[in-house]
Design a protein around this ligand. Sequence first.
Ligand code: ASP
Length: 479
Amino acid sequence: MLQLGQNYVLCLRTLDILQKEGATGMTIKVVKFGGSSLADSLQVGKAIAIVKADPTRTHVVVSAPGKRNALDTKVTDLLLGWYRLKKQGVYEEAAQLWTAICNRYFEIISGLDLGLDLRDDFAAIQDAQEAGASEDFIASRGEYLMAKIMADALDYEFVDAAKCVRFNSIKTASGHLATHDRLYNEGLTHSLVYSLMHDKRVVMPGFYGTLLDGKTIQIFPRNSSDISGAIVAAALQANVYEKFTDVPGILAADNRLVKNPRSITSATYRELGELAIDPSGVFHPEAMYPVQTAGVETHILDANNPREKGTVIYPDIRAPSLTPGTVIGIAARAGFSIITVYKVAMNREVGFVRRVLEVLEHERISFEHAPMGRDIMNVLLETSQLKDKEDYIVNRLISFCFADEVKIEDSLALISTVGRAMRDTAGVAARLFTALANHGISNRIIDQGATEMNIVVGVKESDLKPAVNAIYKEFFPSA
Ligand code: ASP
């Protein structure tokens, strides 16, 4: 029987996309500008020039104006501050914040010499606040106003995200979105986006949508307008999703560990998924899902140097081939523990692994990797998840799984060395381990992901920085 594996499904999707492109013949680029690229009239001017430079940049998604310098405050934070002060009845300080908010937009409008008048919009926000609008509504207005300016400057249609982005989930009591499901309703959102934006030139504010009632404004997590842009790109089956920011791309290593790491020039979504963290925080991890599943390419570009190539993220089946053995990036994180479970002849025991994982599941503990030997199973997980539970888990693994011995070791760091071209290439692991050995670093654990595009090593936390640098120098020698 035919197995519908991931690749096969992706192939079908891509075929579908190619057919649609062929049918419409129109090239669509969805362009997203982050807050730092819209911080003042100078930056907004650059963003406008970028859009105008390429007529295929048909759809634009914007953040709210961000920080103009390290000491500055983002407009979203000004809005939230204003909202909270008003609620507390601290009117004088609230009024100062309100003036600061309005001035941010006035500076952009006058700096760009636009005829736009936002006074009615400002008044509407104040009225809404008086009438009991939610915090999410107020937070969303930063993007709303920015999109109005951008639409005016480009002479594109303004489409309110409240008309098309629909959330499935609501905020939990802890203030986080319930993420067991996708945050937004993919089918409904895609059809609304398509019907409102297809065959048009549009600017849409990022960062928010509404609940399924179509009225209650709901924001995405902070710093995640990327998700809105990715949704539009996926719904329109764009040729490219361009995300403009203020750095030259996704870094190949964490710049807190490696000095001036280079940017990744080309990656696949799966490789980025294996890297698990984008140390530079340039592309919101949740934003990958829509574009990855729709087979849309993403380009991470620098708004200050728009001609530079930046990072291109390819759908997995369209990725160009690389020189065998190429490593694209190294991700590293401290704060891990390893649970080691010994049991003689565990390989012959039906259900042993399930029982071990059941013990963890019962405690609502998730894990990163679970490398195994014949008589031994290791479970790597974040130490914070074991807080106040270590003794219980050890005892439970012995009594419920009849393990011979259980140990928990803390203070580990995990380093993932990732590259799709590692697959079927001899010697990559040897180079990595030789680099570590040459620096006197021993690895506590090794796991080569099933995809063969990721070698994970666990080292002592104190070895994290030298280990990452040793691996980086080995695979990026000229950097
Ligand atoms: N303006 C929002 C924030 O500051 C969203 C974003 O910029 O991506 O979090």
